[in-house]
Design a binder for this molecule. Structure first.
Ligand code: ATP
Ligand code: FE2
Length: 315
């Protein structure tokens, strides 16, 4: 069974054709700005501009099913993906299924790492969450109380005159840095990063950039590893998967790996291409859902669709 997936929750418009064992095509185009911010009207223009071409390129065969990211995300962006998906579904006379974007990140992570019941540390620009499957739903055990960890890096990077996105450059600068104490803010399984951002900005006047970058990474990542370990211990799952754009950071991967090794847990990181927003994860999840009997009655977009609102019938 071939499923065409369409992703359009935020900056990336993606289209991918998958079946059970293989990704047949995977196309994407991202809206970017110098500042890193998103102007919804420009975003909509970007997505409408690229969508027909991407669908044509990715649809290397006629699909049997169309999946689209129904939410959560930016309304302007979601609507364009939903219209494109509905059009393909009508043209090909095949069913349409709505997928929760965060759950798609989880499902592609399970598939690619082959860890079937992990705790997932999902760290991107906008999201920082520790998630696990429990009693028929994906539960958010912990999350950021303010900004995402990628947003911490990018916001600091902007103040320090580093381009956007700042994460990779901060990783490079941090090598060989010395530690300066930073606010370490963990509340149960939640984390908070704005205190650290304020401190890091203040340090710019008096300290070497590489020392600040090193200290930001060490502190923020130690917080993430602490809450992930707490979730692993609490649930007894003994598997950890790292995903999202910040998951590309080799120091964060190393710290997660060490924690897992020390407690005899398995660790897997999702390769960057599928850790960031992509349509293969939407197609894969749509397919898994459809095969388990899920059907979407209402195809209206859901801008605020929480991960734990979805009843997981396919596990
Ligand atoms: P989502 O919509 O899922 O929240 P997003 O829009 O934040 O995703 P991603 O591509 O998943 O987009 O993540 C982008 C973030 O990843 C940016 O904040 C960027 O600085 C960060 N990042 C990328 N590479 C690295 C790296 N090597 N180290 C640290 N951070 C990184
Ligand atoms: Fe995402």
């Amino acid at each position: 069974m071939l499923c065409l997936g369409i992703e359009s929750t935020a900056h990336t418009f993606g289209v991918s054709l998958v079946d059970k064992g293989k990704i047949h095509s995977e196309e994407r185009d991202s809206y970017t700005t110098e500042s890193g911010g998103i102007i919804p009207r420009e975003l909509a223009e970007h997505h409408t501009g690229v969508c027909v071409d991407l669908v044509e390129k990715a649809m290397v065969k006629k699909p049997d099913l169309v999946a689209f990211s129904q939410g959560p995300g930016i309304g302007h962006a979601l609507r364009i993906g939903a219209v494109a998906a509905r059009t393909v579904s009508l043209n090909c006379d095949v069913p349409l299924i709505g997928v929760n974007h965060c759950i798609a990140h989880l499902e592609i992570a399970r598939r690619l790492t082959k860890l079937d019941d992990p705790i997932m540390l999902y760290v991107s620009g906008g999201n920082t969450q520790v998630i696990g499957f429990e009693s028929g739903r994906y539960r958010v055990f912990g999350e950021t109380l303010d900004i995402g960890v990628g947003n911490l890096l990018d916001a600091f990077g902007r103040s320090a005159g580093i381009g956007f996105p700042a994460g990779p450059e901060i990783e490079r600068l941090a090598r060989g840095g010395k530690y300066i104490e930073m606010p370490y803010s963990v509340k149960g399984m939640d984390v908070s990063f704005t205190g650290m951002l304020t401190k890091a900005r203040a340090l710019l006047k008096r300290h070497k950039l590489r020392d600040i970058c090193f200290s930001l990474q060490e502190t923020a990542f130690a917080m993430l590893v602490e809450v992930s370990e707490r979730a692993v211990a609490h649930t007894g799952k003994e598997q950890l998967v790292l995903t999202g754009g910040v998951g590309a950071n080799s120091r964060l991967q190393e710290m997660c790996r060490i924690m897992c090794e020390e407690r005899g847990a398995e660790f897997g990181a999702v390769e960057k291409r599928y850790a960031v927003d992509n349509a293969a994860m939407i197609a894969h999840t749509g397919l898994v859902m459809y095969r388990s009997g899920c059907r979407t009655q209402n195809t209206a977009i859901k801008q605020r669709w929480r991960t734990d609102e979805v009843e997981v019938t396919w596990r």
